[in-house]
Ligand binder design. Structure first.
Ligand code: FAD
Length: 417
C-alpha cells in the first residue's frame, strides 16, 4: 500500500484550513501548524464579525475585477473553485449563506465564527492534525524532505504549504513570516503596502468632523490621466477618511502613496445618485423655493448637519442664514462642494491597520495551475501571502478558498510513491 503524503501547512487561516481540507480529502496525512492557540483569528474579525465570505460573481467577472496581471494568475483557480463552488462547499459543511443585493455573501447567521467552525470541523473530521501555539521559525529542505522548525521541535513533511497571510493586523498572528520563508528558498517578494485602508489628508479639517458617517459618497480621483471612482459609506477620521468607499479607493491610490509633496487630489460627491446637471437643478430649486429656510436645513437633504455647518463655514456664510440671504459666491461654492468637495491625500494609514496587504510572494515564480513554487518543488503557497489583493466585497476570502483548494489538492496529486 502506498504511504500517505505527509503535508505540512503553516497557518490555520482561511487559506490554510481550505488547503488542509483538500489535501486530506485527497488522502494525505496533514499537519497544520498555527502560532496562535486557536485557528482563524483574522477570519473571526471579517465583515465586522459577519464575514463577507465571497462575492457571487462568475469566474470571468472575478478575473476582470483583479485586473490584467493578478487576473491572469488567478484565472485557473477561480474556474477550478469558483464562488459558486464555495457556496456548495459551505452548504455541504452545513453552513447556510445569504447573498445580498450587491452580490456580497454572508453566513445566514451573520456570524464569522460559523464560517470558521465549518472549515475547522470538516478538517477535523478528515483527520487533519492541528499543532497550535507553535510558530514556525525556519523551513529547511534536505533531499526530498522539508523540516519545519518550531520552538517545540521540528515537523517533517514531503510537501509544505505556506498560508501565513500578510502583514496587516499583526495581533491576529500575521507578522510576515511567510515572506521570510519564501525568500529563504530564493523567491522574490513584491513590495508590501497597505490596501483597503483609511486615507490620511493634508488638510486637517476632516478632524473637525471625526466620527461623522455619510451613507453613500462617490469618491473620485485622477491617476495617470485615468479617472477612478468608488462609492460607498464614508466616515471622517482624526486625520482623514475611512469607510468602505474609501477602502476601495485606497486600493487604487496605495501604489502612488506616500505623496507628501504632491498629494493626490480626490473629490467627495455627497449627491452621488444625481448627475451634475440634475443636482444643479435640484439645488437651485431648493434654494429658490425656500428663501426663508435655513441653509443648513436645505443641505441636510444631502449631508449630516455637522457637515452642512462645515460646508457653510467653508463657503463663508453663517449656517443660520436663510437661503434667500446667501450671496451669489457662497451659493456657488456650496453647490460645488456638495457635489465635489476636494481633499488632498498624502498617505494611507499604517499597514497594521489595513484590511489586506498589497504585494507579497511574486506571482512570476508560482505555477498558477498548482500554486507550487517554480523554484523549490514541493513548496506551495496559498492566500494573502501571495502578491494578490482584491477590493472589498468578499473577494479576498475567495482568493484564500480558491488558492487554498488548488494548493491542497495539487500537493497530494504530485505524490508519486
Ligand atoms: C478587519 C478585517 C476584516 C476583513 N473582512 C473581510 C471580509 O469580510 N471579506 C473578505 O473577503 N476579506 C476580509 N478581510 C481580509 C481577509 O480576512 C484576509 O484576506 C484573509 O484572512 C487572509 O487569509 P489567509 O489564510 O491568507 O491568512 P490569515 O487569515 O492572515 O491567516 C494566516 C495564519 O497564519 C498564522 N501564522 C503566520 N505566521 C506563522 C508562523 N510562522 N507559524 C505558524 N503560524 C503562522 C497566523 O497566526 C494566522 O492564523 C478582512 C480583514 C480584516 C483585517
Amino acid at each position: 500500500m502506498p504511504m500517505k503524503t505527509e503535508i505540512c501547512i503553516i497557518g490555520a487561516g482561511p487559506a490554510g484550513l481550505t488547503a488542509a481540507i483538500f489535501a486530506a480529502q485527497g488522502g494525505a496525512h496533514v499537519n497544520i501548524i498555527e502560532s496562535n492557540t486557536t485557528p482563524g483569528r483574522k477570519l473571526m474579525l471579517t465583515g465586522a464579525g459577519r464575514c463577507n465570505l465571497t462575492h457571487n460573481a462568475s469566474p470571468a467577472e472575478l478575473v476582470r475585477t483583479f485586473g490584467a496581471a493578478q487576473g491572469r494568475f488567478l484565472s485557473y483557480c477561480f474556474y477550478k473553485f469558483s464562488p459558486q463552488d464555495v457556496l456548495k462547499f459551505f452548504a455541504s459543511a452545513g453552513l447556510q449563506t445569504r447573498t445580498e443585493q450587491d452580490g456580497c455573501v454572508f453566513p445566514a447567521s451573520d456570524r464569522a465564527g460559523d464560517v470558521r467552525d465549518a472549515l475547522l470541523n470538516r478538517a477535523k473530521r478528515l483527520g487533519v492534525n492541528f499543532l497550535y501555539d507553535k510558530r514556525a521559525g525556519k523551513i529547511t529542505k534536505q533531499a526530498d524532505t522539508f523540516l519545519i522548525h518550531t520552538p517545540k521541535g521540528p515537523v517533517r513533511a514531503e510537501k509544505v504549504i505556506i498560508a501565513t497571510g500578510g502583514l496587516s493586523w499583526p495581533k491576529t498572528g500575521c507578522t510576515g513570516d511567510g515572506y521570510r520563508f519564501a525568500r529563504s528558498f530564493g523567491h522574490k517578494i513584491s513590495q508590501t503596502k497597505a490596501s483597503l485602508v483609511p486615507l490620511v489628508s493634508l488638510e486637517d479639517w476632516p478632524g473637525q468632523l471625526a466620527g461623522t458617517p455619510v451613507e453613500n459618497v462617490r469618491i473620485s480621483a485622477r491617476i495617470n490621466n485615468k479617472k477612478i471612482a468608488t462609492a460607498g459609506a464614508l466616515i471622517f477620521t482624526d486625520d482623514g477618511i475611512g469607510g468602505p468607499g474609501v477602502l476601495d479607493m485606497s486600493r487604487h491610490l496605495t501604489d502612488y502613496l506616500p505623496a507628501e509633496k504632491t498629494p493626490i487630489e480626490i473629490t467627495l460627491d455627497f449627491a452621488a445618485d444625481a448627475e451634475q446637471s440634475a443636482f444643479d437643478k435640484e439645488m437651485t430649486e431648493l434654494l429658490n423655493n425656500n428663501p426663508k429656510k435655513k441653509i443648513v436645513n436645505i443641505l441636510a437633504e444631502f449631508v449630516p448637519k455637522r457637515i452642512g455647518i462645515f460646508l457653510c463655514k467653508r463657503a463663508g456664510c453663517d449656517d443660520e442664514l436663510a437661503a434667500g440671504q446667501l450671496t451669489k459666491d457662497a451659493r456657488k461654492r456650496l453647490i460645488a462642494d456638495v457635489k465635489a468637495l476636494p481633499l488632498s491625500i498624502v498617505r494611507t494609514r499604517e499597514i497594521a491597520e489595513a484590511t489586506v496587504t498589497r504585494g507579497g510572494v511574486s506571482l512570476k515564480e508560482i505555477e498558477p495551475k498548482t500554486m507550487e513554487s517554480k523554484i523549490c518543488p514541493g513548496l506551495f503557497f496559498a492566500g494573502e501571502v501571495l502578491d494578490v489583493d482584491g477590493p472589498c466585497g468578499g473577494y479576498n476570502l475567495q482568493i484564500c478558498f480558491s488558492t487554498g483548494a488548488l494548493a491542497g489538492s495539487a500537493a497530494v496529486q504530485k505524490h508519486t510513491s
